[in-house]
Ligand binder design. Structure first.
Ligand code: NAP
Length: 321
């Protein structure tokens, strides 16, 4: 028989939002359980330098920051569970969730901190050459391109950071962007422009990832000029797609209100339309998407959970009188 694990506060996801919710929830005596998900520690585990998380004058490493957050959450009493939720039933109370190994969790409250995942371009050759020269994570795969030629596609902070990171391995990095200006922060743009090993290709969209060789690997990209329509080709050993992220909310489709995939919460709170279900971090944030804003939202969610449970307990005590 499947064991049913009950908790008053179940947190899905273990990035800055989930772990901050866990720290606050544990300190409020709620004994939160954190289902870590497919990428324990979240997106910061696949970044390197973190320079904008308050409290650290020197550059710190993303994976280290997440280890520290997890250690702090465990230290104050949160329980980490190595599992991935595959089914959620919000129509009954307590809520009922199923892990991919069949474990069943019931929860009085649920905090969704499932974050976001890298987007892909969806053009020819991308899927086929994924892992064979095409990647969405320079810090994971950049090492394989030591001394080789690489390109990064995108114009936001991620793309610029990835291009800069790749110069640790390659002396031939090209950033390809579909417009003629970047949306990345000024300070990052300045570093990019000043770097002797980075070139920029403006107004170019990727039409096709081209494979070759045996075993097959990426050999180049077919491009199209977004202004003139002219087609061109760039030879490369590696291509890093850095065009943004999409929220990880497939589990909640049809169960919670979503806006372009993001969980909708009541303004200024972490409350969804289902009482007892809260959301925090990138899964509900299409605007800021920073580690520190996610952590702040995790804190808000724990405080919202605490208030919600206090009301539930009060009503239950009144009914029992
Ligand atoms: P982003 O800011 O949404 O930028 C995505 C980039 O990809 C844009 O330049 C966009 O072009 C381009 N793009 C989108 N779809 C495309 C397509 N189909 N084909 C070609 N190009 C496409 O995403 P992000 O860089 O991943 O950043 C996400 C959030 O995380 C941002 O809020 C960012 O500030 C934050 N972040 C912060 C840091 C940091 O603080 N150090 C680091 C990483 C990320 P257009 O410009 O033409 O729209």
């Amino acid at each position: 028989m499947t064991a049913i694990i009950h908790t008053r506060m179940l947190i899905l996801g273990s990035g800055p939002a989930g772990l901050s919710a866990a720290i606050y929830g544990a300190r409020a005596g709620l004994k939160p359980m954190v289902v870590q998900g497919i990428q324990p520690g979240g997106q910061l585990t696949i970044t390197t330098d973190v320079e904008n998380y308050p409290g650290f004058r020197d550059v710190i490493q993303g994976p280290w920051l997440m280890q520290e957050m997890q250690a702090q959450a465990e230290h104050v009493g949160a329980e980490m569970v190595w599992d991935q939720i595959v089914d959620v039933d919000l129509s009954q109370r307590p809520f009922r969730l199923t892990g991919d190994g069949g474990a069943v969790y019931t929860a009085d409250t649920l905090v969704i901190c499932t974050g976001a995942q890298a987007k892909w371009l969806g053009v020819e050759g991308e899927q086929q050459l994924s892992g064979k020269g095409v990647s969405a994570c320079a810090t994971c795969d950049g090492f394989f391109y030591r001394g080789k030629k690489v390109v990064v596609i995108g114009g936001g902070n991620t793309a610029v950071e990835e291009a800069l990171y790749l110069t640790n391995h390659s002396q031939d990095v090209t950033l390809i962007h579909r417009r003629d200006s970047l949306r990345a922060e000024k300070i990052l743009q300045e570093r990019l422009m000043a770097h002797p090993h980075i070139k920029l290709l403006w107004n170019k969209a990727v039409k096709r990832f081209v494979g070759g060789g045996d075993p097959e690997g990426l050999v180049g990209l077919d491009l199209v000029d977004t202004v003139t329509g002219e087609e061109s080709h760039i030879a490369t050993d590696g291509a890093f797609v850095a065009i943004g992220h999409k929220p990880s909310t497939e589990l909640f489709a049809g169960k919670l209100e979503l806006d372009e995939g993001y969980v909708v919460v009541e303004k200024g709170t972490s409350k969804t339309a289902v009482p007892g279900v809260f959301a925090a971090g990138d899964v509900t944030d299409k605007l800021y998407r920073q580690a520190v804003t996610a952590a702040g939202m995790g804190c808000m969610a724990a405080l919202d959970v605490e208030r919600f449970l206090a009301e539930v307990d009060f009503e239950a005590a009144k009914a029992a009188e």
